[in-house]
Write a protein that binds this ligand. Structure first.
Ligand SMILES: *Cc1c(COP(=O)(O)O)cnc(C)c1O
Length: 910
C-alpha cells in the first residue's frame, strides 16, 4: 500500500504529495539510487538493510507501472541477494534513467532484462518497433483474479496486438478498487481502464493519499455489491482523470446496468466472454479519438497537395520566398512546411474560423469536451480578444459589471467598447510586496448588496474576476459563484483564467477553476439536499436579513431559481503547447442559445478575417496533448515548483537573501481558514491539507513562485534584467521587491538545478562583497534593502468616478460611465494637463475643482490601472505616483503630466 513519505524524506508534506502524486515514484528511485551508491562505495550490513527497505518501498509503487515490470525488478533483487553492489547500481541506474527519459515509450531494448540477454517476455512485438514513433500508453486492468494469473492476463493482451495497430500499450493489473484509484493517480502513462466485474473494494491497509483525494474530490469506492462498486470506481476515475476511457467487462446481464445513470461514466460494456480483440480495438479507438486533431490533420494533408493559389497571400506555398534573391533565408529558417500550410482560402477543407462548419468546428467541439465546457471557441488574437468578445457579447450599454480593478487591461477596454459600467472592487493588498491578491467574497457580496439597496441589482449582469491572478491567487470558485447566485440567481460569471488552463489536468486544482466549479455546482443543485439547504437558510435568515447577516453567512442559492452561466477565457499559449496568441473561450451557459447570435456578432467585431492557420492548428494539438499526457505534465510542473520552493527556502546561503513566498506570506490569515502556511511544511495534518484545497477562500497556485529579492538588495526589474542578461533565465513579471518565476509543462529537473546554481552564485557574490565592505558596501546595501523592504507606498484604492459620469451622484454606488469619459477625452479642447510635481495639484486637491483623469494610467509594475477615464484623482494616488520609480507608465508622460478632463459640472455635464 502506498504510504506517504515521512521522516526519511522530511521535505515532503501530504499536500505537496497530493498535488504531484506521480512524483512519489521519482522519490523512491532517488532513495534507492542514493543507498545503492553508498553500497557500491562501501559494503556494510546496515547499508544493505536500508537498501532492502528502500527497495521494498519502491516495489509497492512499481506494481502500478508496466515498466520496468516484475522481471526486471526481480533481477534487481537478485543482485542484492547475490551481494553484487556494482551490478545492482548499474541496473538501477539503467532503469531509473529509462523512466526519466521515457525511453521505454519508444525503444524496445529498454525492456530487455539484461544488457546482453535478449529476453522476449516483456518485449513489444517486432512489427511495432519497426514503425517509428508509435505512441505508447498503458492500460490499467482491474480484475477479480488471483495475482498468480495476472501475468497470464498481460500475455493474453499482448497476444492480440497486430502489426497495423497505430498505438501500442502494456497492461498493468491490480486486484481491487483502492489499487485502481491509486494506479491512476500515480501512473500518468495510463490511458484507459478495464474494469472486470467482481474485483474487491479494499486492498488491506488504509491509504492516506487516497483518503486525501477522497475527502477533497468526494468519491466513493467501497460498496459490497459488485455492480455498484464498478460504477463507483468508474465515477471516481472520472472525477480524478476525466479524460480516461473506461471499459467494463461483465459476465451477467448487462441490461440491468444499462438503466443506471452512472453508466454514462463507462465508454463501453463487454460480456466477459466476448473477443479480446474487440476490447483491444475499442481501447485503440478510444485513444485515436483523443489523438485525432481534425484541423491539424487536414492542414497537413492540405500542405501535401499541389495547389496553385490565386488568392491574396503571396507567401502561401513559399514561392515568393524560396525563389527570392533577398529573403530566402526566411524559407531556410522556417522550412517549407510553414509556407505549404499557409493559405487565405477557406476551401480545400480548411474551414473558416468565423463560420466553422467542418474540421474547425469539430476541433472546437473536442476542445469543449476536453475542458468540460459545452462550447469552445478558438481565438487567434490572444485572451485580450477573448475577454473583449465575452464582455461585448453579454453586456449592453448601461449594464453593470462587477470588476476587479486589478484585472488585465482587456476587461477595462472591453467595458469602454461595450458601454458597460464597471463597478470596481478591490483585491486585498499585499503592501509589503507592492502587489494585490484576489477580491474577497465579502467585497463582492458587499457590492451586490449595495447595488440591491439602491435598486440597481437588475442592472448587474456580470461578475468578472481573474483566476488565478498573475501572482497565483486561486479563488474558491464554487463558493464565489454560489454566494453570488444566492443574491442574484442569473448572474453571468467571466473567469479570466489566462494562466490557469492547465489546472483542468490537476484533479485537485480543477475544482477551483470556473468550469470545474460549474460542473460541481450543476451536479449539487440537482440533489434534493440543495433545496433543503436553501429552505433551512431562508428560515434561519428570516424575511429581512440585515446586510451584516448576509455577509456573515455562507449563502446557498435557490436551486429552482439559478441559471448557471459561466464563461472562462484561457491563454492556451501561456500554459499549454499553443503558439503565441492561441486562446480559447469556454462556455457553460444554460442560456447560451439566447445569446449565441450576440456572441457571434462579438466574434465578428473582434476576430481577424485572416486568422492564422498555424495558431488554430496549435490549439487543436495542445488539446490533444493535454488529453493524452496532460495529467503527467501538469503533475511534473507542480512537482518542479514545489521542489524549487523547498530548495530555495531551505538553502543555508540562498535563503539569507532570497525566498519564495509561501501561502502565509501571499494570503492573509482571514482567507486561509485551514491555517496552511507552506506546501512543503512536513507537519501539515491531513485535515489541514484537505480543508485548504477544498475550502480556503484563496489558495496559492504552486507553479507561480514569487521570489522575494528585496533582501538581496535588488528591485524586481533590476533582478529580472540580471537573470536575463547574465544567466539566460527569462521571467515576465516583477514587483518592487520581487520577481515572478513560473514552472510549466516544459520544465525539467535541470531547470531547477540551473536556477539554484545561479541564485547561489549571486548570494555568494553578495556575501563576498559584504565581507570585504569596500566603499561602504555594507551601508549602501542596508539602505537599499530598507528602501525596498520597508519604504513601500500604500496601494491606492479606486477612488470614484467623477459625478458627471455617475447615474446618481447622491449615492455611494461606484459604477460609472467609463465609455463617455473615454470619448470626452477625444475633445482636446476639453482636456488639460497638470504636472505631477506641480504645487497646483496640491492646491486643487485641497480647494478644487476636482482632478478628473482623462485616460488610463497603468504603471508596470505593478500593472493595474492607477487611474481610469473619468476617475477622480486623490491625494493617495498622487502620493503613490510621486513615490513610484518605474520607467514604464502607460498613459502617463512625465513631461506633460496627468491628462485631465476639464469640465467638472455636477451630474451629466457633458
Ligand atoms: C495575459 C493575460 C491576458 C491576455 O492574454 P493574451 O493571450 O496575452 O492576449 C488576459 N488576462 C490575464 C489575466 C492575463 O494574464
Amino acid at each position: 500500500m502506498v504510504t506517504t513519505p515521512t521522516s526519511d524524506q522530511p521535505f515532503h508534506s501530504l499536500i505537496s504529495t497530493s498535488l504531484a502524486t506521480p512524483a512519489l515514484r521519482a522519490d523512491r528511485w532517488v532513495s534507492v539510487l542514493s543507498v545503492a551508491r553508498k553500497w557500491a562505495e562501501q559494503d556494510s550490513p546496515s547499508v544493505r538493510e536500508s537498501l532492502t527497505k528502500a527497495l521494498q518501498d519502491l516495489e509497492e509503487i512499481e506494481r502500478f507501472f508496466a515498466y520496468p515490470g516484475q522481471a526486471l525488478l526481480e533481477n534487481l533483487k537478485h543482485w542484492l541477494t547475490e551481494n553484487d553492489a556494482k551490478n545492482f547500481l548499474r541496473l538501477s541506474q539503467r532503469i531509473s534513467g529509462t523512466i526519466v527519459s521515457k525511453k521505454y515509450h519508444r525503444d524496445v531494448t529498454a525492456w530487455n532484462l539484461d544488457d546482453q540477454e535478449d529476453d522476449t517476455f516483456n518485449r513489444l512485438p517486432q512489427a511495432i518497433t519497426h514503425q517509428k514513433n508509435t505512441p505508447y500508453f498503458e492500460v490499467l486492468s482491474v480484475v477479480p483474479h488471483a495475482p498468480s494469473r495476472w501475468r497470464l492476463i498481460q500475455e493474453e493482451v499482448r497476444g492480440v496486438r497486430r502489426a497495423e495497430d497505430d498505438f501500442v500499450y502494456q497492461t498493468v493489473v491490480v486486484g481491487n478498487a483502492q489499487d485502481a484509484l491509486t494506479g491512476i493517480l500515480l501512473n500518468p502513462d495510463i490511458g484507459a481502464v478495464v474494469l472486470s466485474e467482481g474485483f474487491a473494494s479494499q486492498g488491506g491497509d488504509k491509504n492516506p493519499l487516497l483518503e486525501v483525494f477522497n475527502s477533497i474530490i468526494d468519491f466513493e469506492a467501497s460498496s459490497k455489491d459488485d455492480e455498484i462498486l464498478v460504477l463507483q470506481v468508474a465515477q471516481a476515475i472520472r472525477k480524478i482523470r476525466p479524460e480516461l476511457d473506461i471499459y467494463l467487462l461483465s459476465d451477467r446481464n448487462i441490461e440491468s446496468l444499462a438503466g443506471k445513470p452512472e453508466v454514462r461514466f463507462i465508454n463501453r460494456i463487454f460480456y466477459q466472454v466476448e473477443e479480446p480483440l474487440e476490447l483491444h480495438l475499442s481501447i485503440l479507438e478510444g485513444i485515436r479519438k483523443r489523438y485525432r486533431t481534425p484541423f491539424f490533420d487536414n492542414l497537413k494533408r492540405y500542405a501535401q497537395r499541389p495547389i496553385a493559389t490565386f488568392h491574396a497571400l503571396p507567401i502561401a506555398r513559399g514561392k515568393s520566398v524560396f525563389t527570392s534573391n533577398w529573403i530566402s533565408d526566411m524559407g531556410e529558417f522556417y522550412g517549407p512546411n510553414l509556407f505549404l500550410a499557409e493559405s487565405s482560402a477557406t476551401t480545400g477543407g480548411l474551414d473558416s474560423l468565423l463560420e466553422p462548419t467542418g474540421n474547425i468546428k469539430e476541433a472546437q467541439d473536442k476542445a469543449a469536451a476536453a475542458f468540460g465546457a459545452d462550447h469552445a471557441f478558438f481565438v487567434t488574437n490572444g485572451t485580450s480578444t477573448s475577454n473583449k468578445m465575452v464582455l461585448q457579447a453579454l453586456l449592453a450599454p448601461g449594464d453593470i459589471v462587477i470588476l476587479d480593478r486589478n484585472c488585465h487591461k482587456s476587461h477595462h477596454y472591453g467595458c469602454v467598447l461595450a458601454g458597460a459600467q464597471p463597478y470596481y472592487v478591490e483585491a486585498f493588498p499585499l503592501v509589503e510586496y507592492s502587489m494585490y491578491g484576489g477580491v474577497s467574497i465579502r467585497t463582492i457580496k458587499t457590492a451586490l448588496l449595495t447595488l440591491k439597496k439602491l435598486g440597481e441589482l437588475h442592472r448587474v449582469k456580470m461578475v468578472d474576476l481573474t483566476n488565478c491572478t498573475f501572482d497565483g491567487h486561486v479563488y474558491d470558485t464554487r463558493r464565489f459563484m454560489e454566494e453570488c447566485l444566492a443574491i442574484k440567481p442569473d448572474l453571468v460569471f467571466l473567469w479570466d483564467e489566462a494562466w490557469f488552463g492547465f489546472a483542468h489536468w490537476s484533479p485537485l486544482l480543477r475544482q477551483r477553476t470556473g468550469l470545474g466549479a460549474a460542473a460541481i455546482i450543476e451536479d449539487a443543485l440537482k440533489q434534493p439536499e440543495a433545496l433543503q439547504a436553501w429552505e433551512e437558510q431562508q428560515k434561519l435568515l428570516g424575511d429581512n436579513p440585515t446586510d451584516e447577516q448576509l455577509l456573515d453567512t455562507r449563502l446557498v442559492p435557490d436551486p429552482r431559481a439559478v441559471k448557471l452561466r459561466v464563461y472562462q477565457t484561457n491563454s492556451v499559449h501561456k500554459s499549454m503547447s499553443a503558439l503565441r496568441q492561441g486562446s480559447i473561450v469556454l462556455v457553460r451557459d444554460v442560456d447560451f442559445a439566447h445569446v449565441e447570435s450576440q456572441f457571434h456578432e462579438a466574434v465578428f467585431t473582434h476576430a481577424s478575417t485572416s486568422p492564422n492557420l498555424q495558431i488554430i492548428a496549435s490549439l487543436d494539438v495542445a488539446r490533444r496533448q493535454m488529453e493524452l499526457e496532460g495529467y503527467g505534465l501538469v503533475a511534473n510542473a507542480l512537482q518542479i515548483s514545489l521542489e524549487i520552493r523547498k530548495h530555495i527556502n531551505s538553502h543555508p546561503i540562498i535563503s539569507k537573501y532570497f525566498k519564495v513566498l509561501n501561502s502565509a506570506e501571499m494570503i492573509p490569515d482571514a482567507y486561509r481558514a485551514s491555517g496552511l502556511t507552506d506546501y512543503n511544511d512536513a507537519d501539515i495534518s491531513w485535515g489541514k491539507a484537505v480543508q485548504s484545497i477544498r475550502s480556503d477562500e484563496f489558495l496559492l497556485d504552486p507553479t507561480r513562485m514569487t521570489l522575494f529579492c528585496g533582501a538581496a538588495g535588488f528591485d524586481g526589474t533590476t533582478f529580472k534584467n540580471i537573470l536575463a542578461d547574465k544567466f539566460n533565465i527569462q521571467l515576465n513579471k516583477t514587483s518592487r521587491n520581487s520577481v515572478l518565476l513560473q514552472s510549466n509543462i516544459n520544465n525539467t529537473r535541470s531547470d531547477i538545478a540551473l536556477l539554484i546554481r545561479v541564485l547561489l552564485d549571486i548570494s555568494q557574490d553578495i556575501e563576498k562583497k559584504l565581507q570585504h565592505d569596500e566603499d561602504g558596501y555594507c551601508r549602501k546595501f542596508q539602505s537599499r534593502i530598507t528602501s525596498l523592504v520597508d519604504d513601500l507606498p500604500d496601494l491606492p484604492n479606486f477612488s470614484r468616478f467623477d459625478d458627471r459620469y455617475r447615474d446618481d451622484a447622491t449615492t455611494d454606488a461606484l459604477h460609472g460611465d467609463i465609455r463617455r469619459a473615454f470619448y470626452d477625452a477625444y475633445n482636446e479642447a476639453e482636456c488639460e494637463y497638470i504636472l505631477l510635481d506641480s504645487p497646483d495639484i496640491d492646491k486643487r486637491l485641497k480647494d478644487g475643482p476636482v482632478l478628473v483623469s482623462a485616460n488610463f494610467v497603468i504603471p508596470y509594475p505593478p500593472g493595474f490601472p492607477i487611474l481610469v477615464p473619468g476617475q477622480v484623482i486623490t491625494q493617495s494616488i498622487v502620493d503613490f505616483m510621486r513615490k513610484l520609480d518605474v520607467k514604464e507608465i502607460h498613459g502617463f508622460n512625465r513631461e506633460a503630466g496627468f491628462k485631465l478632463l476639464k469640465r467638472t459640472g455636477q451630474g451629466g455635464g457633458a
